[in-house]
Design a protein around this ligand. Structure first.
Ligand code: F6R
Length: 247
């Protein structure tokens, strides 16, 4: 296992720890390319980063690249990942909206939009990718069974993921069935990776990712093949680690 694992007291502390490393990267490389996840896990990272910006960090030359986007939501839909990332990043980090790049979930031709985003990422070169993890071990919207060789592609959400994300929508029926997501190989191309997981409901997925077999059935397990991965947890998400280590 090559991942460095940090266990912090709670989600706020986890967010602060990750944000401190991102701020250090931005100070060293002001025009860094940073991949950003959506969902609940990274939000404390973005809030903590906003505090660094209030304290003088200039994040305006960074290119911020989304990990994924739903397909089929109308433009500007409040639950699109573009909207979520704009809310979390543009104002709080004092960015020009053009600094945020998101795969086009409204494209007439989603396969072409996926390919265009893949080309963009390959050319830009992601310095650091922020990830959450699904309860089923997904990273991005790469659900169990996705090829480790996958590039940015159109994908189908599992019913368990749609149910998990229903909390952001009025009901589960409103959660899109499809998305565009960076592929597993796309994610692995990032120079460094920061995975953040908090809460007891993530403990099993974290344990499988870190100590189970490296298998496409648990997409996050591939991260152990990456040379520079850090996993930041709170106590609850780390609660199964010692047991699984000795299992
Ligand atoms: C989000 C994403 C997903 C989430 C994962 C965890 O852009 O691609 O992989 O990171 O579903 O979601 P939360 O953090 O909401 O538990």
């Amino acid at each position: 296992m090559t991942a460095v694992v940090d266990v912090t007291a709670d989600a706020t502390a986890a967010g602060e720890a990750v944000a401190a490393r991102i701020a250090a990267l931005i100070r060293t490389k002001p025009d860094a390319v940073i991949g950003v996840a959506t969902g609940s896990s990274p939000m404390p990272v973005y809030s903590a980063l906003a505090r660094h910006v209030s304290a003088g960090l200039d994040a305006s030359r960074v290119t911020w690249c989304a990990l994924d986007e739903y397909l089929g939501l109308p433009p500007r839909h409040p639950q699109s990942y573009r909207t979520a990332l704009e809310d979390a990043l543009i104002g709080p980090l004092r960015l020009d909206p053009a600094a945020l790049r998101v795969p086009d979930g409204t494209a007439q031709d989603p396969d072409q939009a996926a390919e265009a985003y893949e080309q963009f990422l390959a050319k830009a070169g992601v310095d650091l990718q922020i990830l959450g993890i699904g309860r089923n071990g997904h990273i991005g919207f790469n659900e169990p069974g996705t090829s480790f060789a996958s590039r940015t592609h159109r994908a189908r959400l599992t019913e368990s993921t749609r149910k998990a994300n229903a909390r952001f929508f009025s009901d589960v029926a409103s959660v899109p069935h499809e998305c565009l997501t960076q592929g597993v190989a796309t994610i692995m191309r990032a120079r460094s990776i920061e995975l953040i997981a908090t809460g007891e409901h993530k403990a099993e997925a974290v344990a499988r990712a870190l100590y189970g077999p490296v298998t496409e059935q648990c997409p996050a397990s591939v991260l152990r093949r990456h040379p520079d991965v850090r996993v930041t947890l709170d106590d609850a998400a780390a609660s199964l680690l010692s047991r699984s280590r000795t299992a």
